[in-house]
Every structure is written in structure tokens, then in C-alpha cells.
Design a protein around this ligand. Sequence first.
Ligand SMILES: [Zn+2]
Length: 497
Amino acid sequence: MTMNRRDAIRTVAGGAFGLASIPFDAARHRLLGGPESRPHAPRQPEPELLIRGGRVVNADGSRMSDVRIVGERITEMGAGLAPGPDARVIEAAGHLVMPGGIDPHAHLQGSFVDDLTSGTSAALAGGITSVGTFAYGQDGENAVQAMERWLSEVPRSAVGDVFFHASSWPPTSEFAGQMPELAALGQPSHKIFMTRSDFGANRREVIRVLEAARDAGVVTLMHCEDGAILASALERLRAEGRTSLAWYAESRPELAELTATQDATALCAQTGAPMHFVHLSSERALRAARDPAFGDLPLSIETRPLYLYFTEEWLRGPDGPLYVGQPPLRSARDVEAMWGGLRDGRIDMLATDHAPWTRAQKMDPQLDVGRLRPGVSDLRFVRPVLYSEGVAKGRLTPERYVEVTSTAAARAFGLYPDRGVLREGAFGDVMILDPERTHIVDADDDPSNSDYTPFQGWALTGWPIMTVRRGEVVYEDGRVTGRAGSGRPAERRPWGA
Ligand SMILES: [Zn+2]
């Protein structure tokens, strides 16, 4: 398994496209370890971790099983495993042993207050071992150059493993031509914002990009809100003098999400391009995306924590600006629809859209319906809160919980079966959760640089007590112990490979 992996990476790094920059290549090989990077080092036995006596929960079932991890990968599972010499034994009796979480949608760059270090630390503290974020370009970089720069940043600063979605606008033929290169770099995904005012003017080019993405096995993330409707709603609010954030919900009507979701679903059907709809928030948008008339589409859908726990009334309270995200909070009926979709599979996964700001930044009186700091910090608490609200309250089975917080993202983004499942040969990415432990949520207990959480003071039942990332204990006793720079780019297979 390990040799195959190395071979695969070597093929990509030195392969037909010849794109990997020298620093990225060197960093990769150093992190991989092994004879090619340390020719003179004596052969050390790989460290062993034995997680003993716990209940292993995978998306397809649960059983009592020990988990032996040697080096980075799971080598054996079963009852009554004996530890090897020098193994670290972790007693997990009474605990749930689950795959490390995979969050495909987090913002850890730009003006947000987290970077790869603080963001992945927050993730690890919450049982998430792989985080997907964005390879935004700068200074005239093209999408491939931006991707290479971000990949090279991971072994310098990340604690958890990281994957990236490209992003480029307008949708040029140059960008379409780069799809195979993104796939060759192990990062086959990119994002399109339908919120852009010129999305409609670029439809023909969007379709060309989607077709190129399809041919290269690249997944297109779609932000489904119609830019023209948003612009007209904003114009009307301005004309009426209703511009404070108390009117935020009115500035982004549900119809903007509905029509964009219908449009994106039709584009998915027309092109056959694999798609992923980010932060879906409304019942009508969900019905549009899962219209049975379209048949089986290569489409995955995420919702986010805000849409499971809060309704639009929260936007009108004194702390309303803290809950501003795109799209806005919806009705109680929409909240129920998100839970229903998560339960029955019409919604594939819960992703954070982690978008961290400080409380002062969010409450800045300069902000209005046209000047926003959308999003909240969520990586730390998304899994514990969903366990408590979902599993402990009987709304989700433990298996479905694993599926919506790990396995589904692994499948949609080409990480499965290296990740998203506990089985022999997979990476030793593990969250150990104590289902009996209660915990009061406190933002001070979050490695994110954001200083508030929408879940402040919530009393949770069930709490993650340890996170293992590729065989290394990186979170225990309430502290992140992993080192900045020990994270690695999470290599992904193209869609359908
Ligand atoms: Zn986002």
C-alpha cells in the first residue's frame, strides 16, 4: 500500500505535466519519509498505535474492534489485538472510534483571521483531520501556479492535512485547459460563484469550463445564488433606506438561491460535469436539486451548521450580525428540511464554510447589507455539536453521522478509501469520542483566531477526546499537540477514477 502510494505520488510529481515546483516536490518527499528522502538514515521501526476496546463506527456499520496503526496507516483491525513492542496503547472502552472528519469547505486565507496553522488546529481539536480550502491566486498567477503555491505552504504551516479547490474568473479557455493539470497535482476541484454580476454574461464560457472539468474528472463547486436577483434586492433596499444588517435576510431572497440551484442542476444534467453545491440552505432549493426528473446526477450537496440550528429571527436580534452568512438564515421549515435531507441522504454532508472573523469585526457598525463579513468559525465545534444535537438526540444514527462528517466528503472529493473509513490500508485518521461526556461550549477553547462561536454556552452530550492524524496523536487532553508543518496536502483522485 505504502509503496503504491509513493509510486503514485512520484508519477504525479515528475509526470507528464512537469508542473510541480522544486520546493513543493522537495517538501513532499521530505514529509513522505522513506529511503528516497533519507538515503543514509538507519531504518527505524515505524511507531505503532493500538486503539483498544472501542466501538468502531463506519458509515456502513459499527462493531467492537481494536485498531492497529503502524506508521501512517491502519494495518490490522479485530478483537483482542496484542500490542507490539513499544506500541502506544490507547484504551477506548466505552468510546466511539470514528474516521477523522473531512471538511471540504473552509476559508483559511485572505482577510479571514485564520491561516493553515490556526484553522487546521481548530479542525483537529474538533476531530477533523482533513480540511478543504481555496487556492486563490494573487499577482497575476494562473490557477495552477496558485495551486502550487498553496500546496507548498501546507508543509510549512498546516497541522492537519489540507486539500484545495481552484478558483478563477472569468472562465477563460486558458482556465479550461488547466483542468488536467489540477487533476495531476492531486487537487481536482474548482469553484464557481453564481453570485457574480457577470455570471449570466459568461454562460457559454462557464459551460466550456464545465465540459473541460468533466473530461479531466474535476469537480465543480457551485455557490448557488443568482447575482442579478441579489443586485436587484440590494438596489431596492437602498432606495427604501433599509440598509442595516437587520435587513440582511431581505437582501438575499430565497428565490435567488432557488433559481441558481435550478440553473446549476440543469447545467450539471446538460454537461454531465460532476458538481458539488456548497452551503445549501432552503427546502425549495433542495427540492430543485433533487428533482427526480433529472435522474441520477453526478452531484453532491452540503449544508452548514448555521442552517441546522438557527432561523432568520436570529438575524434581527441585537447580536444579529454575528449570524450573517451567505445565504442568510432561513425559516424553521427550512431548518427541518435540512435535517430531513441529512437524514435521508438528499443532503450528502455537513460542511462548515468556516469563515472566521472576530466579534468586533462582525459587529462593526460600518457594515450593512452591501458591505459584509459573511460566515462564522465552525471547524472546532461542528462535529461535537452535530453529535450532541443529531446522534444524542436520536435524529441521526452514529453511522449516518460518520457518513455526513467524513465518508461522503471522502467519496465526493476523491479521498476515499484512503480516508473517510477505518479499515486496513486506510490512513490512521481517527476521532475518539466519549458519548457520555458532557461539555459546555466555550469559544476560548477554540484554536481558531475567531473569538466567538454561535454555540457559546451550549451544553453538549458526547465530546471528542482524542484525534489521530496519519497515526500521530495530534489532539488529546484538550490540547492540540501536532506541530505546525506536520500537515500534508491530501492527495485526491479525479472524479470517477
Ligand atoms: Zn465558503
